[in-house]
Design a protein around this ligand. Structure first.
Ligand SMILES: Nc1ncnc2c1ncn2[C@@H]1O[C@H](COP(=O)(O)OP(=O)(O)OP(=O)(O)O)[C@@H](O)[C@H]1O
Ligand SMILES: [Mg+2]
Length: 266
């Protein structure tokens, strides 16, 4: 580990340890020999071009896919060995927020059912009262009120739907929030609102945030440390300000330049 990376870890305990991970579809190699540690409380941005393997890496971290080679552990426990109660515990502690709020929320369900779903499937509540209280708290955390409970996703704007998706993730009181392109489907103003919300929630809730995007400006605003994935490999891993000021890899330089053209400043 370099001195700079050690600084970026902020002395936190390792949550995820990813070592030599390979993954592919049939003969197509998507991730090759990926190693990465994620520390407690950090804000980690993962960037890379479309198709570089970011979502695949997150699927492995969320145990929605299994690595072909290598290992991923959560507080020292291999994900591959988790079953039953242990897996439910992992899913309670590590929650995802996906890209498209139009697709990730079940249109047939009311918000109460959508946000309450993890509480039921992960067996986190005993009574209806407890469920309602937790849903209300989650809604409040994302700036929505009780009136949202009985409405369906179609009645909300894109930004509000993403707030609902974040509330659904937060309702389990996770230690790690993994957001995949969570603001990519939103217009610029809404994007800033949601990024600000995520930042505030992270500061208040003190959870670890893994934020994935092909959009470096969005990642740079919210991350202390940035990992760059290129064609299935990690090509850069350093504090965000170093990646922005002095990108080492040409591919990272391209991503930084796209930031310059978008907001006109560094
Ligand atoms: N189900 C699948 N079957 C075969 N190949 C797949 C499948 N899903 C993804 N891939 C391939 O894996 C590679 C990595 O895809 P992945 O979705 O992880 O990229 P990404 O970095 O998240 O891209 P984006 O920024 O567009 O979301 C791509 O080449 C993609 O075509
Ligand atoms: Mg993706």
């Amino acid at each position: 580990m370099t001195a700079e990376n050690r600084e970026a870890y902020r002395g936190g305990k390792k949550i995820f340890e990813i070592s030599g991970v390979c993954f592919g579809y049939k003969k197509k190699e998507v991730l090759s020999n990926v190693s990465l540690d994620v520390a407690d409380g950090e804000s980690l941005g993962i960037v890379g071009e479309s198709g570089s393997g970011k979502t695949t890496l997150l699927f492995l971290l969320l145990r929605l896919a299994k690595a072909r080679q290598g290992s991923i552990s959560f507080y020292g426990q291999p994900l591959a060995e988790m079953t039953g109660k242990g897996l439910r515990n992992f899913r309670t502690r590590v929650q995802p927020v996906f890209q498209d709020p139009f697709l990730s929320l079940d249109p047939a369900q009311k918000v109460e059912g959508i946000i309450g779903e993890p509480l039921i499937s992960l067996r986190l509540i005993k009574t209806g009262k407890e469920k309602k209280e937790r849903i209300l708290r989650a809604l409040e955390n994302v700036g929505l009120g009780e009136d949202a409970m009985g409405r369906r996703p179609e009645e909300f704007s894109g930004g509000q739907r993403q707030r609902i998706a974040i509330a659904r993730a937060l309702v389990t009181n996770p230690e790690v929030l993994i957001a995949d392109e969570a603001v990519s489907a939103l217009d610029i103003i809404t994007k800033i609102e949601i990024l600000t919300l995520l930042h505030e929630l992270k500061e208040r809730g003190n959870f670890t945030l893994i934020f994935v995007s092909h959009d470096l400006p969005a990642v740079a605003d919210i991350s202390e440390r940035i990992v760059v994935v290129d064609r299935g490999e990690i090509i850069e891993d350093a504090p965000a300000r170093r990646v922005l000021r002095a990108p080492v890899h040409p591919q990272t330089r391209l991503l930084v330049e796209s930031r310059l053209t978008l907001d006109g400043s560094r």
